[in-house]
Write a protein that binds this ligand. Structure first.
Ligand code: E4P
Length: 228
């Protein structure tokens, strides 16, 4: 399973990239707003992210357009910013034809805000390169996000779609991740990718028994040093 980072924060992206585990970046309008970024700087900001991670690492930049025509125009403009830009579109009636047209221009689409298997199947059929089912938002409303993800993975992986076969697409990005357990469960289900906020990614590194082990090794080593 590949790890993406779910943030628009340049410092977090730089740090995660330095870990050598990063295969992609996903952003959305809320994540960009959280950086304090201005409308006029949005595209420059996306270019900065692309430069940090390098040309072969996909960076999802989300369009806020509402009509098919605007989504297509937005998608073509965003994709021209850098070779690794992936255009993120929300699943809706307007975005299916937009995706279908964008794929004809060679533009990769990440279909977002996916909450059902039928949405995912339609996204794949329209030509989405990535499909992002959300997990945490189900858990937030006392539903089971991982069970929902399992249905999406099972349905989508039953078929091939003829658009991104050579690249192994469409790939499923487990999104709206809140905990290391979400990451583990996504891997068990065979989701291709997990996109994780940096805070949750850090939690994946740590374990209380590791901390305990480190403390006891350090204490015992101090005894060895004291005897020298
Ligand atoms: C997906 O790419 C989205 O950015 C995402 O994971 C949003 O999740 P949230 O529920 O934490 O906002």
């Amino acid at each position: 399973m590949k790890f993406f980072i779910d943030t628009a924060d340049l410092k977090d992206i730089e740090e995660a990239a330095s870990w050598g585990i990063l295969s992609g970046v996903t952003t959305n309008p809320s994540l960009y707003a959280r950086t304090g970024g201005k409308l006029a700087d949005f595209e420059d900001h996306m270019v900065k992210i692309c430069k940090i991670v390098g040309d072969d690492v996909p960076v999802s930049a989300e369009s806020t357009a509402e009509t098919t025509e605007e989504m297509i125009a937005d998608g073509i403009r965003l994709a021209a910013l850098a070779p690794n830009i992936v255009v993120k579109l929300p699943i809706c009636e307007a975005s299916l034809p937009a995706t279908h047209e964008l794929v004809r221009h060679g533009v990769r689409v990440n279909m977002t805000l996916v909450f059902s298997a039928t949405q995912a199947l339609l996204a794949a059929r329209a030509g989405a390169r990535y499909i992002s089912p959300f997990v945490g938002r189900f858990d937030d409303i006392a539903d089971d996000g991982i069970a929902q993800l399992e249905t999406v993975v099972d349905c989508v992986k039953n078929y091939s779609y003829g658009y991104w076969d050579e690249e192994g697409g469409p790939e499923i990005i487990t999104a709206s991740v809140r905990t290391p357990n979400h990451v583990t469960q996504a891997a068990l289900l065979g989701a291709d990718i997990v996109t994780v906020p940096f805070g949750a990614l850090k939690k994946c590194v740590h374990h209380p028994l590791t901390d305990q082990g480190l403390a006891s090794f350090a204490a015992d080593w101090a005894k060895v040093v004291a005897q020298a």
